[in-house]
Design a protein around this ligand. Structure first.
Ligand code: GDP
Length: 327
C-alpha cells in the first residue's frame, strides 16, 4: 500500500478552494482538476471572507468536505510596511471565520496556508518548523506574520478541542503564473520580471534593484507548491505545520542576474540601498516534507521562464487584486 492509500481520500469529495483567483488558489484549482473531486469556488464580490455571517451562510449552503485556505491579503515588503492594519485585520478575520465555520459545518479536512515570514527574523537557517515563536519577527511584515501564526494556532486548537483534522502548511516565496505584477505591492520575482522587461523595452542602461542585493531568498514555482499541498491533504494529519519549499536559496543580486538572462536584458544592475532589505535570509528546512514523500521539481531558471511567458501573455491585464491570493 502506498502512503497515499493510507491517508485521506479526495475522490468524490467537494473541495472549496478559498482564494481561487490568486496565484496559489488558481494553481490549486489546476492541480485538483486532476483528482476525482468536485472543486467549488466563490468570488470576493459574493462572499467577503472577513465577514463572519457571509462565510457561515456560504459554508451552510455549499457544505464542502474539504477546505483549502489560499485566501489572504498578501503583498511584498513595501505593501506590508505601508498597510499594517489591513494586513493584520483582514488575515486574522479570514482565518478565524473560515476555520470556525469549517468546524461548525463539519468539514472533514482543512488546510490552512501561511508563509515563511512567520519565523523569527534571525531564526537559524534553514528554518525548521520548530523555530516558530522562538524570537522577534521581521518588523516589516510582522502584522501579516502574526495573523498567519494565529491561523496555525487556530488549526491546532480546533484539533485539540474538537478533534478536527485541520492542518497548516507554510510555503516559501512562491512565483509563477497568476502572480501579482503591481510594482507597488508585489514580491521581488514579479517586480524584477516587470522591471527588467520594461528596461529592455525602453532601452534603459540600468535596472534598479531594491536594497543591497545581499539578502537570500528561497523561491518555489507555484504549480510545484500546489502539488505539495494536494500531497499533504492526502498524507498528512498532525498538530505541527509543514514547511513547503525547494530547500535552496539564492541572493537577490543573483536572482536579478538570472531574470536578466531570461528576459534578454544586458544592462547594469543598480542597487538602491534606500529601500529595505528585510530579513537577511529565508530558507526553509524541508526535511519534514521530504519525509512525507515530496520534493520540488521545477528548477528556478525554468520556472522564471514560465513566469515570464505568463507575464508576456497577460501584461495588458494590469494589476491583480491583493485579496484572493496567498504568496
Ligand atoms: P520579503 O521576502 O518579505 O522581504 O519580500 P519581497 O519579495 O518584497 O522582497 C525580497 C527582497 O527582494 C528584499 O530584500 C527586497 O528589498 C528585494 N528587492 C529587490 N528589488 C525589489 C523590487 O523591485 N521589489 C520588491 N518587492 N523587492 C525587491
Amino acid at each position: 500500500m502506498s502512503t497515499e492509500d493510507a491517508g485521506f481520500k479526495l475522490a468524490r469529495r467537494r473541495v472549496w478552494v478559498a482564494g481561487h483567483n490568486g496565484m496559489v488558489g488558481s494553481a490549486l484549482v489546476r492541480r485538483l482538476a486532476r483528482e476525482d473531486c468536485e472543486i467549488v469556488t466563490v468570488d470576493r464580490a459574493a462572499v467577503d471572507l472577513r465577514r463572519t455571517a457571509e462565510v457561515e451562510a456560504w459554508m451552510g449552503e455549499t457544505r464542502p468536505d474539504v477546505v483549502v485556505m489560499a485566501a489572504a491579503r498578501v503583498g511584498g515588503i513595501l505593501a506590508n510596511d505601508s498597510y499594517p492594519a489591513d494586513f493584520i485585520y483582514d488575515n486574522l478575520m479570514i482565518a478565524a471565520n473560515v476555520i470556525d465555520a469549517a468546524h461548525r459545518f463539519d468539514v472533514a479536512k482543512l488546510l490552512f496556508l501561511g508563509s515563511s515570514c512567520i519565523y523569527p527574523k534571525h531564526a537559524p537557517q534553514p528554518m525548521a518548523e520548530s523555530a516558530l515563536l522562538t524570537g522577534p519577527l521581521e518588523p516589516t511584515n510582522q502584522w501579516y506574520a502574526v495573523a498567519k501564526i494565529a491561523g496555525i494556532k487556530l488549526c491546532q486548537a480546533y484539533r485539540r478541542q474538537h478533534g478536527r483534522d485541520f492542518i497548516a502548511a507554510m510555503p516559501t516565496n512562491l512565483y509563477g503564473p497568476g502572480d501579482n505584477f503591481d510594482l507597488a505591492a508585489c514580491h521581488v520575482v514579479p517586480a524584477l520580471i516587470a522591471k527588467t522587461h520594461a528596461a529592455r523595452e525602453s532601452g534603459a542602461t540600468t535596472l534598479e534593484v531594491w536594497g543591497t542585493g545581499k539578502p537570500r531568498r528561497e523561491f518555489l514555482y507555484v504549480d510545484d507548491a500546489a502539488d505539495a499541498l494536494v500531497h499533504l491533504l492526502k498524507v498528512y494529519s498532525g498538530d505541527d505545520h509543514v514547511n513547503i519549499g525547494c530547500g535552496e536559496d539564492i541572493a537577490i543580486a543573483e536572482l536579478a542576474g538570472l531574470i536578466c538572462e531570461v528576459v534578454g536584458y544586458d544592462g547594469a544592475l543598480r542597487f538602491d540601498a534606500g529601500k529595505p532589505d528585510g530579513t537577511p535570509r529565508k530558507l526553509l528546512d524541508v526535511s519534514r516534507l521530504a519525509g512525507l514523500g515530496w520534493t520540488a521539481r521545477t528548477p528556478l531558471r525554468e520556472g522564471l521562464a514560465l513566469a515570464y511567458d505568463w507575464f508576456l501573455a497577460h501584461a495588458g491585464e494590469g494589476a491583480r487584486r491583493a485579496i484572493g491570493a496567498t504568496g
